[in-house]
Write a protein that binds this ligand. Structure first.
Ligand code: ADP
Length: 472
């Protein structure tokens, strides 16, 4: 593609050059010749009519002798580089500045002053009286309303052709200069379009080959620059998502492999007798625990897959968030009792209506409370609070547990992230709970914040849209 585009442009350029040259060489010489002849004929005619009115008239009125007129016209013809004649109506040359023998009367047999028609000049050998082509003008000498004769002036066509050629040369030189100057367009095209396009094509080929880290290097602030930036952005995004996918698969495989390895290990040990039958119950309990972890992991993955942000379908309704908090807290009663943990509810008002997807918000509160319970120490308190501030509703889940190290806080919402500190307390964790929370809140265009001090506890606060009081 890239070769042909450039080639097409060059061919177009050469065709443009050829056509310009053809047009100039076909039409310009004719127009120039006509123009030069016209100009010369006009000036010769005004000279001729001047001569007819002055010297020639004097000749016919016998005020001036033929010798004097001949002398005057001779010097004029030298000055004009032309042949001047005075011819009688019947074609006798009375005076000829080019004649070497003025006494011999020469007759032009076919002399016909009206043969030029409306044109006031003639091109040719002037009724056979010249050996070469000449440009001639004929002007009548009129005295007392009668034509006494004619003044004719002749100049060689060779001289006119030379003048035409020098004018034509100027046209050709101008054409060549224009053609060379138009090369600038070609240079601009090469720099502004062709080279960037080549880089972009090369980049696109690299991306097609799977090399998403290739950078298209076009910095211009025009459409080419924007196209290159868009391509770089696109490839960057694809590279990121590919990296994410790789990480995701590595994490999933890892998280599936460890429980499967331990299940396989215990079952084999039970089968080959390494674990005696009386211990089976204990180890089957462990196997069951591991399968629960696998179930949890699978469910988490399915939930995340269903959420898949932008396309997530939300079933938005107005519901009482206080009621949802109460119900979620109740489900943790059993677990809390085992760890002697108390859940304290600090709810604003009896009812507090929000505008959101009830099921998903319930899942958020569940995941946050689940973490709070998991990472709390025995005999501690978990506080779940609902508040209304600046036209927003906030739900906070606060525990007095192990806390999160500051360097981990930015990562806890990533898929599969589990901080080292948490591993001791939560062996079944999948690292998916908070990423599910984040995805749901993103879909609601809401935020979540974490305040945590290691060893003291953590607080997760998320915002919700209050419902419009008129609609409840
Ligand atoms: P998991 O299902 O493993 O708990 P999450 O995505 O819910 O995964 O949490 C990710 C990590 O964030 C946890 O492994 C833990 O390290 C940290 N974390 C989350 N909540 C708390 C909390 N309340 N206290 C301390 N650490 C927490």
């Amino acid at each position: 593609m890239r070769h042909t585009l450039y080639l097409k442009f060059i061919i177009g350029y050469v065709i443009f050059g050829l056509f310009s040259f053809l047009a100039v060489s076909l039409f310009v010489p004719r127009i120039t010749r006509e123009y030069v002849i016209n100009q010369r004929a006009q000036s010769l005619y005004s000279e001729a009519s001047l001569i007819a009115d002055t010297y020639a008239k004097g000749l016919y009125s016998s005020r001036t002798s033929l010798e004097t007129v001949t002398l005057q016209l001779d010097s004029l013809s030298v000055y004009m580089d032309a042949d001047i004649r005075i011819i009688s109506p019947d074609g006798i040359i009375i005076l000829d500045t080019a004649s070497s023998d003025p006494d011999t009367a020469v007759v032009i047999p076919n002399f016909d002053p009206s043969s030029g028609g409306s044109s006031y000049y003639l091109v040719g050998n002037f009724f056979g009286s010249f050996d070469e082509e000449v440009l001639s003008v004929i002007c009548p000498i009129i005295t007392k309303y009668r034509t006494k004769g004619y003044v004719t002036i002749h100049i060689s066509m060779g001289e006119i052709e030379a003048q035409c050629n020098s004018l034509l040369n100027i046209s050709y030189i101008t054409l060549i200069i224009m053609f060379l100057l138009s090369l600038i367009i070609l240079i601009f095209f090469t720099i502004l379009v062709y080279i960037p396009l080549r880089k972009i094509t090369k980049g696109a080929e690299s991306f097609a080959d799977g090399n998403y880290h290739y950078e298209v290097n076009v910095d211009s602030r025009d459409e080419m620059g924007y196209l290159a930036a868009a391509l770089n952005y696109m490839s960057g995004k694809i590279a990121d998502s590919e990296d994410d996918q790789k990480k995701f698969i590595a994490n999933v495989s890892h998280d599936f492999r460890s429980p499967l390895t331990s299940i396989k290990g215990y079952l084999e040990a039970m089968l080959d007798g390494t674990i005696p039958p009386e211990m089976h119950e204990k180890y089957l309990g462990i196997v069951l625990n591991e399968t629960e972890r696998l179930t949890k992991l699978t469910n988490g993955l399915l939930a995340l897959n269903n959420l898949n942000t932008k396309g997530m379908h939300l079933d938005i309704t107005d519901f009482d968030i206080n009621d949802t908090v109460r119900k979620v807290a109740e489900t943790f009663e059993g677990t809390c009792r085992k760890k002697s943990i108390a859940i304290e509810l600090v709810l604003t008002g009896e009812e507090l209506y929000v505008h959101a997807d009830k099921g998903r918000i319930e899942q958020i509160i569940y995941n946050l409370t689940d973490n709070a319970v998991k990472f709390s120490n025995h005999d501690s308190v978990i506080k779940i609070e609902t508040t209304e501030k600046k036209n927003k509703i906030y739900v906070s889940v606060k525990d007095n547990g192990i806390g999160i190290p500051p360097e981990d806080i930015s990562m806890i919402f990533n898929r599969f992230y589990k901080s080292d500190a948490s591993r001791g307390k939560d062996k079944k964790g999948t690292g998916l709970g908070l990423s599910i929370v984040k995805e749901i809140l993103n879909a609601h265009s809401e935020n979540i914040n974490v305040i945590s001090t290691p060893g003291e506890g953590s607080e997760f606060i998320f915002s919700l849209q209050p419902s419009d009081p008129d609609e409840i």
